[in-house]
Design a protein around this ligand. Structure first.
Ligand code: ZN
Length: 332
């Protein structure tokens, strides 16, 4: 079931000509769903103005991830997460523990994609290459893609999706038509979350925790985040109680602290908080201390994937958070 704000954008893109689209904007708004929807519609035997029919042989092949005329170019970690099969060689290497799944789009995968570009279309409706997230290409893969974009085989179309368009080669950007993802309304996003099985009372809080990005909110729900617990932890932390954070991964803890620090700085500047209800925030602290805490969290976030000792890290993060949150008391 396509989310309504994705469906509207799909109709808009299909009504325009274009053989290469670059979908960009914040993650969590449905870039991948829109990119795949576009690819599926282009390949569908009986497409409508709304997109693919969902019933033909071509649509079936896309759904079972085995369409001969669709190449997806993604990091292996993303392919595994989204249920796309890896190449036989890549899968064998990972099964044999020769290496871990790659977080980048690998040169080998690009090589396969270039071979795909040279083949004739199997079903006669052209071919599509979906690249997501496009910023995960290195220089070698990006240059190879650029060549294909510059001289596309006649029946080939492209969808690139990224949350970091500024990291792409300018020459890649200029070869594509750009489309900025639009935000759903809060009502649309909450209705969609409920359709995905998120209980109504939790949907609003989870959406807030995700900064209004519905896919991120769903991921938080699937990771077991409780909306009420999310609302309660900032004030508890200001009292020095970091127990709510204890079950989270180090990366999640740092990201959540960044959200709290962001909101306190926003409130200080007279803006609305984004990730918490105003009533759930502790009193605003000393701006200088918040600024220092923000920089501190930024530095920690760059190394957090390999913490020396997760328990010590949590203790340290809670101590530093408490210091920043109570800084007003100390400076008076
Ligand atoms: Zn179809």
């Amino acid at each position: 079931m396509t989310a309504p704000w994705i469906g509207a954008q799909l109709r808009q893109l299909l009504s325009q000509r274009g053989h290469a689209w670059l979908l960009h904007g914040p993650s969590g708004l449905g870039q991948y769903a829109l990119g795949l929807g576009l690819a599926q519609a282009w390949l569908c035997d009986q497409p409508t103005a709304d997109g693919a029919c969902g019933r033909c042989e071509s649509c079936h092949q896309v759904e079972v991830r085995a369409h001969t005329d669709l190449a997806v170019l993604m990091p292996e970690t993303v392919m595994l997460e989204l249920g796309w099969p890896l190449s036989e060689k890549a899968q064998a290497d990972i099964d044999d523990k020769k290496r871990k799944p790659s977080k980048e789009i690998r040169v080998d995968a690009m090589r396969d994609a270039l071979e795909f570009a040279q083949r004739t279309s199997g079903r006669g409706r052209g071919k599509v290459m979906l690249v997501y997230p496009a910023e995960r290409m290195n220089q070698v893969t990006a240059n190879a893609l650029l060549k294909t974009l510059e001289e596309p085989p006649g029946d080939m179309r492209f969808v690139l999706a990224t949350e970091a368009a500024h990291q792409l080669l300018p020459t890649i950007r200029s070869r594509c038509q750009g489309h900025t993802l639009t935000w759903p309304t809060a009502a649309e996003a909450q209705a969609w979350l409920q359709e995905q099985g998120v209980p109504a009372p939790a949907a609003e809080g989870l959406l807030r925790a995700a900064g209004g990005r519905p896919e991120d909110a769903l991921r938080l729900h699937q990771a077991g985040l409780d909306a009420q617990a999310w609302a309660r932890w900032p004030k508890a932390l200001a009292r020095g109680d970091g127990s709510a954070l204890a079950d989270w991964s180090p990366a999640r803890i740092v990201e959540s602290l960044q959200k709290l620090c962001h909101d306190l700085q926003a409130v200080q500047a007279g803006a609305e908080p984004r990730f918490f209800a105003a009533a759930d925030l502790p009193p605003v602290a000393d701006p200088a201390a918040l600024g220092a805490w923000w920089r501190d969290l930024g530095a920690t976030s760059r190394t957090v994937e390999h913490p020396f000792n997760a328990g010590l890290l949590l203790e340290d993060l809670v101590t530093r958070a408490r210091t920043a949150l109570n800084s007003r008391l100390q400076t008076r």
